[in-house]
Ligand binder design. Structure first.
Ligand code: SAH
Length: 218
């Protein structure tokens, strides 16, 4: 991939407008909005997308995968109710844009990608050197990271056909999982909170459209 790692006034201006668009769609968490305003989204895309990187849309990142729409990133991040220092597991690193949003919010991030090519691409992505608190893993997100568990939060950025039980087990009591659930073209955003007795409390949110969460590595 050819990247532009230069953040011009033009990019900054477009980004500010994008954040206003995301806010206009109902995102109220100022920390989330400020964080997205501080991250050059065009760095995460091929330079061919430079002109459109600040549209509120998903774009291809290779291997049939996409960088999530900014509104979706903001929506999932807001639902996570993060506080600095939390241990967070993300499934579906993709472009690493969502990962950087989380890291900038001060959490200790573990992120898993099942597509080798996308995992390798992030190794050579110079901007990520600024985020030593992101730990990148190549593997099957359905397995989670038992060695590093338990987590305060688990974020799934691909469409899950069902709730992955191993990931529920890797949540702390009081911990939350944000996950789009569904098998068709549309999934419903869910937030699951682990009670002290281990039972899960479920909350349902809006519909979104994600690429599928697939088993195994590629
Ligand atoms: N968070 C990403 C979104 C990428 S799209 C971003 O900000 O760009 C979802 C990603 O999830 C894809 O890269 C896909 O390869 C990955 N994925 C799908 N199933 C997975 C699994 N079981 N384990 C890990 N990653 C998975």
């Amino acid at each position: 991939m050819r990247r532009t790692l230069e953040d011009t006034y033009r990019h900054k201006g477009l980004r500010k407008k994008l954040v206003e668009v995301v806010k206009g769609k109902g995102i109220t968490d100022e920390t989330v909005l400020e964080t997205m305003n501080a991250i050059p989204r065009h760095f995460f895309l091929d330079s061919a997308f430079d002109d459109v990187a600040y549209e509120d849309r998903a774009f291809p990142i290779g291997e049939g995968q996409t960088i999530s729409q900014p509104y979706t990133v903001a929506y999932q991040t807001q639902l996570l109710e993060l506080t600095p220092g939390m241990k967070v597991l993300e499934i579906g690193t993709g472009s690493a844009y969502q990962a950087v949003v989380l890291a900038k919010m001060g959490v200790k991030l573990f992120t898993i990608e099942r597509q080798k090519m996308l995992f390798e691409e992030n190794k050579g992505f110079a901007y990520l050197k600024q985020f030593p608190f992101i730990k990148f893993f190549y593997g099957d997100g359905y397995q989670g990271l038992p060695t590093y568990a338990p987590f305060d939060r688990v974020l799934i950025t691909a469409a899950a056909p069902e709730i992955p039980q191993k990931l529920i087990e890797q949540l702390k009591p009081g911990g939350m999982m944000v996950i789009p659930v569904g098998t068709g073209n549309v999934q419903q955003m869910m937030r699951l909170t682990k009670q002290a007795d281990g039972k899960m409390q479920e909350e349902l949110f809006d519909n979104f459209s994600f690429v599928p969460m697939l088993a195994g590595k590629n």
